[in-house]
Design a protein around this ligand. Structure first.
Ligand code: ADP
Ligand code: MG
Length: 362
C-alpha cells in the first residue's frame, strides 16, 4: 500500500506559543518498503505518524493510503483510525499485564466480533510467525523485554493490516537486545512484504533496518533515499552530519576538472568527488567521515590528498581507536584500526580518497 502525504502542516498551541510540528510535508511512502523517518527529538516524527494513523488531524493538506483519501480538510474527509487498515507498535509496548499472550494478541480481533475459531486460527498463525508458539497461556508480565516486544508486533499484525507503523519500538530495550530485536524485526518485515513506516532518532537503527530513510528536521523532510545513498551522497549538510559522524570543513571551490572538484580549506588543497552543481568561487562544506581518514606508514607515495597532522587524542574503544588529529590547527575526528601503532603527539601522514570527500552546499 502506497501512502501519499500532500502538503501536510500541523501546529500545536501550548502555553500561549505556537509550535510548528509539521511544515508542509510532501512525501510518498512506496508500497512494501521498510520506510524510516529519522530525525532529532522534537522534529515532528511522532506527529507525522499520528496523522497517518488518524490519532491527530493536520491543519491542512491531504493523506491517502492505498488509493483512498483518509484525511482531507478541503474535501472534509476523516476516516477513523480503526477503518484505516493499520497496525501499530509504540515505544511503550502497552501489552496488557493482566492478560496472557493469547488474549493480548487476540484483542484487536475480539473487538471486531470475529468467530472464535477464526480468532484462534489467526492468533496461532501470528504467534508462529513471531516465534512465540507455546507461549499462549503465559502471563504477559512473565516474558522478557524482547518477547514482550514480539507480542506487541503480533498484536499489530494479527488483523493482517495493509500498513504497519512503529514509533521508536526498541528504545526501551537494552543495547544488546535492541540489536538482536532489530535484526529479527528486519527479517519479519522482509518476509511479510508489507508497507512499514518506522520512526526513530537512532541513525544506526535507521541504516540497519530500512530500505528507505527519510531524514527530518524542524517539521520538514530534508532528504530521502536508500541507506547507502544517504550515508555517502547526502546533498544537505544537516543530513550528512546526522546520519553518521563527520568532519564538516568550510571550503571554497577552486576548480572543476574531469571527475574531480578541487577545494581549498583548512587542510590545504583537497581533491573531492565531483559535484556538478558547484563552480569555482563557491563557498561549500567538505564532509569527511572519520573512517575514511587513512593513516600512512612511512612516506606517502601519492601526490594527491596527502596531509600531515599531529595526533591530539586517542581513545581505545575495542573495535577501533577514536581520536583527534590537528592539521594546521584544524581538528579532525579520526577512527583508525585497533592495532595501529600510534600515540598521542605523533606526527603522521594521512590520505583521503577523493571519492570519500563529499561536498555539500552550506
Ligand atoms: P518527535 O517525535 O520527532 O520527537 P513530536 O512529533 O513528538 O517530535 O513533536 C514535534 C513538536 O511538537 C515538538 O516541539 C513537540 O514539543 C511538539 N508537540 C508534540 N505534541 C504536542 C502536543 N500535544 N502539544 C503541544 N506540543 C506538542
Ligand atoms: Mg516521537
Amino acid at each position: 500500500m502506497e501512502i501519499h502525504i500532500r502538503n501536510v502542516s500541523k501546529h500545536y498551541y501550548s502555553g500561549g506559543k505556537t509550535i510548528k510540528a509539521l511544515d508542509n510535508v510532501d512525501l510518498t511512502i512506496p508500497a512494501n518498503q521498510i520506510f524510516t523517518l529519522l530525525g532529532p527529538s522534537g522534529c515532528g516524527k511522532t506527529t507525522l505518524l499520528r496523522c497517518i494513523v488518524g490519532l491527530e488531524s493536520p491543519d491542512s493538506g491531504e493523506i491517502e493510503i492505498g488509493g483512498e483519501v483518509v484525511w482531507s480538510r478541503d474535501k472534509n474527509i476523516f476516516v477513523p483510525t480503526e477503518n484505516r487498515g493499520l497496525g501499530m507498535v509504540f515505544q511503550t509496548y502497552a501489552i496488557w499485564p493482566h492478560m496472557n499472550v493469547f488474549d493480548n494478541v487476540a484483542y484487536p480481533l475480539q473487538t471486531r466480533k470475529i468467530a472464535r475459531d477464526e480468532i484462534r486460527r489467526k492468533v496461532d498463525k501470528t504467534l508462529r510467525f513471531v516465534q512465540l508458539e507455546g507461549f499462549e497461556k503465559r502471563p504477559a508480565t512473565k516474558l522478557s523485554g524482547g518477547q514482550q516486544q514480539r507480542v506487541a508486533l503480533a498484536r499489530a499484525l494479527v488483523a493482517e493490516p495493509k500498513v504497519i507503523l512503529f514509533d521508536e519500538p526498541l528504545s526501551n530495550l537494552d543495547a544488546k537486545l535492541r540489536e538482536e530485536t532489530r535484526e529479527e524485526l528486519r527479517a519479519f518485515l522482509t518476509d511479510l512484504q508489507i508497507t512499514a513506516v518506522y520512526v526513530t532518532h537512532d541513525r544506526i537503527e535507521a541504516l540497519a533496518l530500512s530500505t528507505i530513510v527519510a531524514v527530518m528536521n524542524k517539521g520538514r523532510i530534508i532528504e530521502k533515499g536508500p541507506p547507502r545513498d544517504i550515508y555517502f551522497n547526502a546533498s544537505h549538510r544537516f543530513v550528512a552530519d546526522f546520519i553518521g559522524r563527520t568532519n564538516l570543513i568550510e571550503a571554497k571551490v577552486t576548480a572543476q576538472e574531469g571527475p574531480v572538484t578541487t577545494v581549498d580549506c583548512a587542510l590545504g588543497r583537497v581533491a573531492c568527488r565531483k559535484q556538478a552543481a558547484m563552480g569555482p568561487g563557491d563557498d561549500v562544506t567538505l564532509c569527511l567521515r572519520p573512517e575514511f581518514i587513512r593513516l600512512k606508514r612511512g612516506n606517502a607515495t601519492q601526490s594527491q590528498n596527502v596531509f600531515n597532522g599531529k595526533i591530539r587524542s586517542l581513545v581505545f574503544i575495542g573495535e577501533a581507536y577514536e581520536g583527534e588529529i590537528t592539521v594546521h590547527d584544524a581538528p579532525l575526528f579520526i577512527k583508525v584500526e585497533p592495532d595501529s601503532k600510534i600515540e598521542v603527539g605523533d606526527s603522521v601522514n594521512f590520505t583521503v580518497d577523493p571519492e570519500n570527500c563529499l561536498l555539500v552546499t552550506r
